[in-house]
Structures are given as C-alpha cells and as structure tokens.
Design a protein around this ligand. Structure first.
Ligand code: PGA
Ligand code: ZN
Length: 432
C-alpha cells in the first residue's frame, strides 16, 4: 500500500475536563485515514515540553489550541506531505528540526505529538498490522498489569481530599489482563460501597477515582485494603497498591512537604520516614514522585531507604526526557521512570526514553494524563514497549476504560500467545 502522507488535518476538540486539545487526521495515498488526540496534564513537571495554548482569555479561559492547530495545518502539513508515514524517526526528527527549540515552544508539543501519533497509526494501518504489533514487532505479546487509580486527591480533587494525588490498585495476582480488569472493577465497586457505608463522599476526581474528604494520607490505604477484602480478594497477594503523591504539588519553597490534611510540614528525611512506615504497613509495590522534582537530595535519600524494596518511579523529576533520565541514572536517584508521550512530544523520543531506562535495568511505567480523550494509543504502546505495567485511571469513565478495553482486545487478538506480566511487572520483586 502506498503510505505516502497526502494530508494532515488538525482541529480543536475537548478533553475529559472540558478543555480544548488537539486532534489530527493523517491521510495516506492509499486512502487510509488515521486519527490521534493529545492528552493534557494538571500536575505537570516544570521541564515538560511546552503545551501551546492560545492565551486568548475570551476563549476557554485562554486554553484554546487554535495556534497549535494552525501550526499543523499551515506549517507542518506542507512539509510532511510526500513523506512515507512509516519513516517515523525521520518524521519526528523533521518536526524537532522545524521547531528548533529544546522544549518545543515554537510549534508546541501538543501540535507535534498529535502529528507523530496520527502518522504512526496511519503507518500501522498501511502495514496491515495492529498498532501494538507495528510498534513492537512479533515479540510484543506481554500484557501489562493495569494500575487503576480508584481514589483521587491533590489537584485532581481540587485539594478537597487527600494531599496524595493517586491511590492505585494493581491486580497483579490475576492470571490474565482480562481477569485483572475484572478484579479492578470489583474492588472499585467494593470501595464505593464502603464509602457509602461510612458516609464519605462518592464524588469522583479527574481520573475517575473517588475523592472522599479523608483526614490523612493513610486513611485511603486503609479503605483500599478493606475494599480489596470486601471484593473477596487478598490484599498484597492478589491485589497490590501503588501511590503517586505527586509531591511537587505540596513541596514548598522553604523545602518542606506540606501535608494539609494532617496539618504537618515535613522535611525530606521525615517524608522518607513517612513512606517507609507506609510501605511497612501496606502492600505497596510502587511509589511514584515520592519526592519533589527539585529535591534531588530527597530523591537520593528515598532511593537509599526504599530503592531495594519497591519500585520508585520518577514522573515530574524526569518528564520523559532522555537527557534528564540519563542524569537520574548516573546519580542513582530512583529505579524507574514514568513514560508520558506529551511530556516529551514525539513518539520516537518516548521510545528512546523507555529504552534508556530499561537498558539500565530501570522500570518503565506508561501513563495517561489527567486530561484525556478516548484515544487508546498508550494501550498499544505499553504492549509494544513491553513495559509490563501502565496506569490509566479508574475502571470507570469512557476516556479511562477505553485503554483497558483496548488491552482486553489486544489480549484476545494474541490468543494463546498472550502472557500477563503479573508480579514480574516491577523492577523489584513483589513482597507478597
Ligand atoms: P497529570 O497527573 O496528568 O495531571 O500530570 C498525572 C501524574 O502526576 O502522574
Ligand atoms: Zn505522577
């Protein structure tokens, strides 16, 4: 099939928070048309690639993306037409050169990523391959452990609940992805019942998890352990817990971690002690962004205390940026990286960031953003890159479940070749 790009057309659509984002259609000479949409974060790292917003206060409070859309339609499209869509690396390199900045501030990372992903999906279709196989080859057969964010706090709950942003369940004891999704949904509903019984709020946050008004950051862990048991499963053995405090959001200039719900301000060392106690008391397999992005000494301390015991994932601190990840590996500050496509802005750089981590024995944990669309690209990407685990929100809300549903479709398509990562998902063995 002729995979020459003949047209790229972008538009402004809405994301799951009701904010504008970029959608791109890529058309090829053979007639194939593929579409991709760009997600958007709320608790963003300072060194993420630039998400270009119009800044016109009269539209969407300044969040319009008409400029990014125009960059695709008027600047990028004329340059990429006549290139073969299967030349992903060359296309991404062209985008990077056209932009010319380190942080993609000229074209906008949202414009660039929309193109990068639409091109990849079109190339897969032209190659007559499902996306996970096109990206990952015949060895892409391992399904990830889904990390489902069932209790939301922090900025995703508008600071009305826990300080910690994400409390996730990891059904790693299941025998298949499908069973893991089933268990996850059952625990989610068990938690709903538990919250109702306790008279706690059952309103939900940005990623679909409940956002109750808890009095501490430990209370959600207690609730989740109870919910797992209520669902007839064994905490730790069948279902583990992962947390993303997103601590940069409550780290203050004076160097304190401010836990508002608990009325406590902790120094880095005290914060590390706090996590050690939680890891002792609960079946926590993974801790993301335990320390703030600017607190590298704190990260080192955390890695020293817990890096041999659990997976310590860096999100805001690395921003999926190979240059920063390389520094983190050299300074031994964590043992895994979060992988978010729009933090870096092209598919090729995202693959490079993942490889850099895994080649050094680090884990790679693929992630959605709090502002999402129904685009399920990361489901295929996770299987293709064989990262063994991903997080993509609660087992509820269309933009979250579409990723889990796509993983179930992939597992079905792989048939007997499918394997479920289970407890081998992590860079440190599960303790239960
Ligand atoms: P964000 O949150 O998408 O709002 O950045 C996700 C995360 O911090 O992992
Ligand atoms: Zn995070």
């Amino acid at each position: 099939m002729d995979a020459t790009i003949t047209d790229l057309e972008a538009r402004e659509i809405l994301d799951s928070r009701g904010n504008p984002t970029v959608e791109v259609d890529c058309t090829l000479a053979c007639g194939i048309m593929a579409r991709a949409a760009v997600p958007s974060g709320a608790s963003t790292g300072a060194r993420e690639a630039v998400e270009l917003r119009d800044g016109d206060a009269k539209r969407f409070g300044g969040k319009g993306v008409r400029k990014a859309v125009a960059h695709i339609n008027d600047t990028i499209a004329p340059d990429l037409i006549t290139i073969d869509a299967r030349e992903q690396a060359a296309i991404d390199e062209t985008l990077i050169a056209m932009d010319g900045t380190d942080n993609k501030a000229v074209l906008g990372a949202n414009a660039m990523l929309g193109v990068s992903l639409a091109v990849a999906r079109a190339a897969a279709m032209a190659s007559d391959l499902p996306l996970y196989r096109y990206l990952g080859g015949p060895g892409a057969t391992r399904l990830p452990v889904p990390h489902m964010n069932i209790l939301n706090g922090g900025v995703h709950a508008h600071w009305q609940g826990a300080d910690f942003q994400e409390f996730m369940i990891a059904p790693y004891g299941a025998s298949s992805l499908r069973e893991a999704v089933e268990w996850g949904a059952e625990v989610y509903h068990a938690l709903l019942g538990l919250l109702e019984k306790k008279g706690l709020s059952v309103g939900i946050g940005d990623e679909g998890g409940f956002a109750p008004h808890v009095k501490s950051n430990e209370e959600p862990l207690e609730l989740i352990v109870q919910a797992i048991a209520r669902a007839g499963l064994r905490p730790g053995t069948d279902v583990g817990i992962a947390i993303d405090p997103a601590s940069s959001e409550f780290f203050e200039d004076e160097g304190f971690y401010n836990l508002r719900t608990e009325n406590r301000r902790l120094e880095a060392g005290e914060m590390v002690d706090y996590y050690e106690r939680l890891v002792d008391a609960y079946p926590i397999a993974l801790l993301e962004d335990g320390m703030a992005e600017e607190d590298w000494p704190g990260w080192k301390r955390l890695n020293h205390a817990l890096g041999d015991t659990i997976e310590l994932v860096g999100d805001d601190v690395f921003c999926t940026n190979p240059a920063i990840i390389a520094k983190g590996i050299e300074q031994d500050i964590a043992n895994a990286v979060l992988i978010k496509l729009n933090q870096i802005g092209t598919l090729t750089e995202t693959i490079a960031a993942t490889r850099l981590a895994t080649h050094h024995g680090w884990g790679a944990f693929v992630s959605h953003r709090s502002g999402e669309t129904v685009d399920s690209f990361i489901a295929d990407l996770t299987v293709a890159l064989d990262t063994g685990h991903l997080k993509t929100g609660a087992p509820a809300r269309g933009e979250r479940v579409e990723k889990y549903n796509q993983l179930m479709r992939i597992e079905e398509a792989l048939g007997t070749a499918a394997r479920f990562a289970g407890k081998s998902a992590y860079v440190r063995p599960v303790r239960f």
